[in-house]
Ligand binder design. Structure first.
Ligand code: TYD
Ligand code: MG
Length: 455
């Protein structure tokens, strides 16, 4: 009888402890610990490493074969971009997102896309008929896609070996289980064991594997954090479920940069790539309205323009209300404090509401200037001049610092027909100036109102 090793895991965050605990020291939840089998003496992982021992030797970096970096075109420009140019064969990619955001749709679309890849689509959540219905909606452009409703890991790996697909989709890791472990599907040790086995198959058969994973309320991938350590790439699919726009974000990428984003729109017939995000993030108004400003942002290499709306009004209660949608609320409070102290605006008496177009979450400090511009415009109830946009970061003493990749932001604004862009004065001298756009340099936030409202 093989010796089994057991441990206790927090069902909420995956924290591992040798004994049962009432309260999780990692996430603070009560009564979440459950005992699970971690490994048998002859676990497949241990056996695999034993077999590998001695077969790999250290090499000089230049002697490593270049072909290891070959990339497969997924047939979707946005997905390719986020992955850093395509899928690397043998890589394990985790696609995370809240339920209903469109992970299965995106994965099936890749499987059925125009890419001449042979895909094995494993679904533990939906039946083959359900997938067929969805496939009909999004259109079948690739006859080579195999649909396989299965939840037992051993059967799945057997099919990977038999069918030799280029791409495997596991929808979702929380529904897959291996016979080697007693605990139920979705438990921490099941997820970890299944992911480790899939990683081994990905590497030995050079198959790229997409693993779909659900996300808990607090935004982390459900189950263990350890999944993020095992996989090569972590992609997060996010968006507001009331809104049709979705962002695919790279959080970890062993083969490329992580700052790229892909933008999609959810339509009746699947997801449409949005090649030009500015087109959906800017509204067109008949007449100028106060409280609206446009920021030139750059997430990844791609610059885009996004509209910021602010509403500033007298606080009805003693403590003013502050709410930000799509923007870090603490950063907003910091910017409001800067306005209070440096510009002398009486923000302590005001409720402030902030909103970004399209339900987008932004974390670009270069949008500070646009946020402050929208607040100033609403505070004075005066519309920002038409065709004006901003790109700059604001410091605690009210200084306007250069936003990363300011030149790309300026070119994007010029391309979209903006007449004037407000940027940091500290770099304005060295900037390339595209035709048709005036660059207004400011060094301090105190100069912003004049720049926004000047004729
Ligand atoms: P789904 O991919 O099932 O989400 P997940 O796998 O992340 O849980 O899709 C979720 C939503 O997308 C669903 O509520 C319906 C919507 N949808 C469309 O609007 N258009 C479509 O063509 C498809 C396939 C789905
Ligand atoms: Mg799904």
């Amino acid at each position: 009888m093989a010796k089994v090793k057991k441990a206790f895991f927090c069902r909420n965050c995956g924290f591992e402890a040798p004994k049962w605990l009432g309260k999780c020291p990692s996430c603070g939840e009560w009564n979440t610990f459950a005992e699970e089998i971690v490994a048998r003496e002859t676990s497949p992982a241990a056996a695999a490493t034993a077999g590998l021992r001695g077969t790999v030797v250290p090499q000089r970096v230049r002697e490593i074969r270049e072909s290891d970096h070959r990339r497969i075109d997924t047939g979707d420009a946005e997905v390719n971009r986020v992955l850093g140019g395509g899928v690397v064969p043998g890589s394990l990619i985790l696609l995370g997102g809240e339920p209903g955001i469109g992970k299965s749709t995106l994965a099936l679309q890749l499987a059925l896309g125009d890419n001449r890849l042979r895909t094995l689509y494993v679904s533990g959540e939906e039946s083959a008929e359900q997938i067929r219905m969805r496939a009909d909606r999004i259109g079948i452009r690739n006859e080579e896609c195999l649909i396989y409703p299965e939840t037992v890991l051993e059967n799945i790996t057997a099919q990977i070996v038999e069918q030799r697909p280029d791409l495997v989709v596991i929808d979702s890791i929380q529904t897959i289980c291996t016979d080697l472990i007693e605990s139920s599907a979705g438990s921490v040790s099941q997820i970890r064991e299944c992911a480790a086995t899939l990683l081994k198959y990905a590497k030995t058969t050079s198959t790229a594997i997409f693993i779909i994973g659900h996300i808990t309320k607090d935004g982390t991938i459900a189950g263990p954090k350890i999944l993020e350590h095992i996989v090569d790439v972590v992609l997060q699919f996010e968006g507001d479920s009331n809104n049709c726009y979705r962002i695919l974000r790279g959080i970890k990428n062993r083969f490329g940069a992580t700052f790229e984003i892909g933008v999609f729109e959810m339509l009746d017939n699947g997801l449409r790539s949005v090649a030009n995000p500015s087109e959906i993030l800017l509204s067109h108004y008949e007449e100028p309205l106060s409280g609206i400003a446009v920021g030139a942002s750059a997430d990844g290499l791609r610059p885009y323009l996004i509209e910021v709306q602010a509403l500033v009004c007298g606080a009805a209660y003693g403590t003013p209300q502050r709410s930000a949608t799509g923007f870090d609320a603490r950063r907003m409070n910091m910017l409001l404090a800067v306005l209070e102290k440096r510009v002398g605006m009486k923000m302590f008496q005001k409720d402030v509401f902030l909103n970004f177009a399209g339900g987008f979450k932004v974390a670009d400090p270069g949008l500070d200037l646009a946020v402050v511009a929208a607040v100033i415009s609403s505070y004075y109830d005066r519309a920002v001049n038409e065709g004006v946009c901003c790109a700059g970061e604001i410091g605690l003493s009210g200084e306007v610092r250069p936003a990363p990749r300011t030149e790309q932001r300026i070119s994007e604004a010029a391309r979209l027909g903006f007449r004037r862009i407000i940027v940091s004065g500290y770099i304005a001298k060295n900037l390339k100036r595209p035709r048709g756009i005036e660059i207004v340099p400011i060094n301090s936030v105190t100069e912003l109102p004049k720049a926004l409202f000047m004729e």
